[in-house]
Design a protein around this ligand. Structure first.
Ligand code: FAD
Ligand code: NAI
Length: 494
């Protein structure tokens, strides 16, 4: 046993006390600290502050809004909206009687600048919301010291510590790498690089026919790229209803997108300004070599926990790298909760936001609410694809008896007036009670229309409730009403 003199012990105890005093003096204390300022984190922080909790949010990017605002939802939708406009002016105006004299061209730098303006406006808007709601904003990387104390590696100035009664982890997700393919964000890009290309590639190859793949394919096809999508599965659209996936593939095919389904990528190497890609048909084993000017890797995203030092508090991860939580978003440490992409469920901004609200409410009130059976999905191609609730494959697998009601936009007066008739509304309703089980739409504005389906699901509506609700004429939503009618009666206009 180590023996120390009483005089030495005195000095040593005093220095520990002084060190503690110094640490406490510089440690900032809050009721709630949120790590990550994406849609999950910033919404959780605002809600917690609105509930009267002294709240701080730590964000390492230097800008709030996370993946969604900076390199996800918002920049992709800016490009989708403006390239759609360009495409319409160029290819969809003459037959409407709109004559364009002179060339219609795209200035890629200005297209990007318009996107950046939208992003900047929205990210700085969140800073204002933080001020308005008195959320303290720390710019830096947060990591665990213990279950109540965090270290912040500051983006500017000295590092410091923050203490909190409750902590919410909202560190989001990152691109899933493709083993053996090196992303340089120039010729071999992730979605982040694809959102900021300086010129339109003549040939764009995309690994992954999921939502990112299809949205970015639309952007560049409209700008003139030859786009080839290589998808491992036999269908595109990840978790889309099978019938919807087949139909949107046909529509996108007519827009010029090429698909290689049931195909695996064996190689992707940059050679100068060209990317050499090797592919293999999963069934036949037949191989093929492709070339592209840009290759986009879009095979999904994975939870982001790097730099958190979550091991220091013993938080558990599952086999997909997601932080494990209970039904109140708590980890095995009761004061540490996790929301958004870094934990289970769909990687969607609105899902993260709902969880942010619920987690703050659990902390303050002991109860919160997210209906995981009612999280809408929207793919912002043209036409859009939107869905909520169960799809046919899920209902079949669960052995639930259901009826289908469908109404095509070709028979909808507004769609015909707009000369924009691709797609349909499809309802899935319980065979006995007509309760709405799922709604699936391909069509212009499907992303707005799906909100009515969400409301129907939330209130446990039947398709008859919807079919008996007066919908304005002439609107696309009349197709929604007619599809609901189609589950239990004859449609009127088709
Ligand atoms: P994130 O938005 O990823 O935010 C996490 C934040 O935490 C990041 O800003 C990160 O810098 C920060 N952070 C991480 N670690 C630390 C740390 N240790 N300390 C401090 N800060 C840290 N979803 C939709 O719903 N609609 C769409 O249209 C849509 N489009 C998309 C398009 C693309 C190209 C991509 C990539 C994604 C898209 N998504 C879309 C998905 C959406 O962006 C995510 O689901 C959403 O951003 C998840 O929110 P989050 O708060 O969980 O995480
Ligand atoms: P995803 O999960 O939507 O699609 C990935 C696709 O890649 C799947 O079809 C999968 O089968 C395929 N794939 C996987 N490994 C492959 C391989 N080795 N070779 C070929 N194909 C392979 O993921 P994505 O598109 O990367 O998007 C990530 C997340 O971002 C998604 O969860 C999505 O919800 C979200 N997001 C949402 C948007 C929206 O709501 N509009 C827009 C963009 C992204």
């Amino acid at each position: 046993m180590l023996r120390t003199s009483s005089a030495f012990r005195g000095i040593s105890n005093r220095s520990v006390r002084i060190a503690q005093f110094v640490r406490n003096a510089s440690t900032k204390e809050h009721d709630v600290v949120v790590i990550g300022g994406g849609p999950g984190g910033y919404v959780a922080a605002i809600k917690a502050a609105q509930l009267g909790l002294d709240t701080a949010c730590i964000e390492k990017r230097g800008k709030l809004g996370g993946t969604c605002l900076n390199v996800g939802c918002i920049p992709s939708k800016a490009l989708l909206n403006n390239t759609h406009l360009y495409h319409q002016i160029k290819h969809d105006s003459a037959h409407r009687g709109i004559e364009i004299s002179g060339d219609v061209t795209v200035d890629v730098a200005k297209l990007q600048a318009a996107k950046d303006k939208a992003v900047d406006g929205l990210t700085s808007g969140i800073e204002m919301l933080f001020k308005k709601n008195k959320v303290t904003y720390y710019k830096g990387e947060g990591s665990f010291i213990d279950e109540h104390n965090l270290k912040v590696k500051a983006l500017e100035g000295e590092d410091f510590e923050v203490k909190a009664k409750d902590i919410i982890i909202a560190t989001g997700s990152e691109v899933t790498p493709f083993p053996g393919i090196e992303i340089d964000e120039e010729r071999i890009v992730s979605s982040t690089g694809a959102l900021s290309l300086k010129e339109v590639p003549k040939r764009l190859a995309i690994i992954g026919g999921g939502i990112i793949g299809l949205e970015m394919a639309s952007v560049y096809a409209r700008l003139g790229s030859e786009v080839t999508i290589i998808e491992f599965q036999k269908a595109i659209g990840a978790s889309m209803d099978g019938e919807v996936a087949k139909n949107i593939q046909k529509i996108l095919g007519k827009q010029g997108l090429k698909f290689k389904l049931g195909t695996k990528v064996t190689k992707g190497v940059r050679e100068g300004d060209v990317v050499k890609i090797g592919v293999e048909d999963v069934k036949s084993g037949k191989t093929e070599d492709l070339e592209a000017d840009v290759l986009l890797v879009a095979i999904g995203r994975r939870p982001h926990t790097d730099g958190l030092n979550f091991e220091a508090v013993g938080l558990e991860k599952d086999n997909k790298g997601r932080l494990v939580i209970d039904s109140e978003y708590r980890t095995n440490k009761q004061n540490i909760r996790v929301i958004g992409d870094v934990t289970f469920g769909a990687m969607l901004a609105h899902k993260a936001e709902e969880e942010g609200i619920a987690a703050a409410e659990y902390i303050k009130k002991g109860h919160g609410h997210v209906n995981y059976g009612n999280i809408p999905s929207v793919m912002y191609t043209h036409p859009e694809v939107a869905w909520v609730g169960a799809n046919e494959e899920e209902l079949k697998a669960a052995g639930i008896k259901y009826k289908v009601g469908k109404f095509p936009f070709i028979a909808n007066s507004r769609a015909k007036t707009n000369l924009d008739t691709d797609g349909f509304v499809k309802f899935l309703a319980d065979a006995e009670t007509q309760r709405v089980l799922g709604v699936h739409i391909i069509g212009a504005n499907a992303g707005e229309m799906i909100a009515e389906g969400g409301l129907a699901l939330e209130y446990g509506a039947s398709t008859e409730d919807i079919a008996r609700t007066c919908h304005a004429h002439p609107t696309l939503s009349e197709a929604f009403k007619e599809a609901a009618l189609g589950t239990f009666d004859k449609t009127i206009n088709f």
